[in-house]
Design a protein around this ligand. Structure first.
Ligand SMILES: *Cc1c(COP(=O)(O)O)cnc(C)c1O
Length: 371
């Protein structure tokens, strides 16, 4: 038996007819960048999230970068970013010429806490990027209140949280703007790179749209310098098909997570992912913690079960950011997650039998003599 961490082929096979038709439709028009398919995706995604403006981008990293760029923050501004997460979030800050400030995360939910954020706010802080890590919302309503009090922008990184909610508020609808990634393995994934920004703010939306397309909207009116970060029509066509399945797929991921949690909760050596009261999770990642992480990972590998680590290093300890000279003691939760975090396979097409097999193998590991 081999259980993959993710298998995109299974998903393609399950929607092959719809996808092939959509892709052929793009070939028929041969409008490959922008155009009506991309506009249609922007409209449908905005409607689905209940937001007025969706601007498609080349990828999720660009979506974050373009938001920061469009906000036009003064030089020397600090942007608070979680220390535990994907490097893309941090990169967007440096790309926009702003100063990164890392912040430790909550030990149970792996996301920012209002308390830690507050400690990091200085007179130079101009934005906080809340990352809805693994598919669970950071406490956006509280963070928004803190940000408003200090005149700071709240930006949401929703790359792992398409459709997640907190007290019925959708991910990506609280901050001044939010970034989504449609990287192929995300809960809503294209067949290549793609991303988008959601915002309430019409002016900001227009500025981001310009920045993403060489400073122009349509007529070669380069009012400003921008860049090239556009969604192509093939990706939009794929995303339009997949958007119809997102809710069902997120539900299936939750079923899988429930099966893991319900079976693995009897094992004393594991800390399982928790969902905050009032929140819904998308389970982009099912990340558990154990002190025996490395041994368990090897044991599962030998049984044909693929797992992953999100993330091998906290951002302050990643080579690219060692120049800041952070110490492990500055980020205690991040520090321990590096050694303990293990992600189990979760994708909608994973079968109940496969989840059972993963759970049995984990139980076997902890039942070995001497454990
Ligand atoms: C994937 C991801 C990104 C980056 O998205 P890309 O489309 O790969 O550029 C940003 N933030 C988080 C939390 C992610 O998981």
């Amino acid at each position: 038996m081999r259980i993959p961490f993710i298998d995109l082929q299974r998903q393609y096979q399950s929607i092959k007819a719809e996808i092939d038709e959509a892709i052929n439709g793009v070939f028929a028009t041969s409008r490959f960048i922008g155009g009506s398919t991309v506009a249609e995706f922007e409209n449908q995604f905005a409607a689905c999230m209940g937001m007025p403006h969706c601007i498609s981008t080349g990828n999720g990293t660009d979506a974050l970068f373009l938001i920061l760029k469009a906000l036009d923050l003064p030089a020397g501004s600090e942007v608070i970013v979680p220390a535990w997460g994907c490097i893309a979030t941090a990169e967007s800050v440096s790309l926009a010429g702003l100063n990164l400030v890392f912040c430790d995360v909550d030990p149970h939910y792996y996301i920012l806490t209002p308390e830690i954020v507050q400690q990091k706010i200085t007179s130079k802080t101009k934005a906080v990027i809340a990352v809805h890590l693994y598919g669970q919302l950071a406490p956006v309503s509280t963070l928004k209140r803190i940000c408003d009090r200090h005149n700071i922008f709240l930006i949401e990184d929703c790359a792992q949280a398409h459709g997640a909610t907190e007290n019925k508020t959708m991910a990506g609808t609280t901050g001044v703007a939010s970034a989504f990634s449609f990287y192929p393995t995300k809960n809503l994934g294209a067949y290549g790179d793609a991303g988008c920004v959601l915002t309430y703010n019409a002016q900001l939306a227009e500025r981001i749209r310009r920045l993403a397309n060489h400073g122009t909207l349509q007529k070669d009116d380069h009012l400003i310098e921008g860049t090239n970060s556009r969604m192509d029509a093939l990706q939009a066509a794929v995303l339009l098909v997949k958007l119809r399945h997102l809710k069902k797929w997120n539900n299936r991921r939750n079923q899988i997570a429930w099966q893991y949690t319900n079976t693995l909760k009897k094992i004393a050596g594991l800390s399982l992912p928790q969902i905050r009261p009032g929140a819904t999770h998308t389970f982009h990642i099912y990340c558990l913690r154990t002190r025996l992480r490395d041994a368990l990972k090897i044991f599962l590998e030998e049984k044909g079960i693929e797992t992953s680590i999100h993330y091998p290093l906290g951002l302050p300890f990643t080579p690219a950011y060692r120049k800041f000279g952070h110490k492990p003691a500055d980020f205690p939760v991040t520090q321990s997650l590096q050694h303990e975090a293990l992600s189990l396979p979760v994708f909608p097409e994973l079968t109940t039998e496969e989840v059972t097999a993963v759970c049995s193998a984990i139980a076997d590991f902890f039942n070995q003599p001497g454990r």
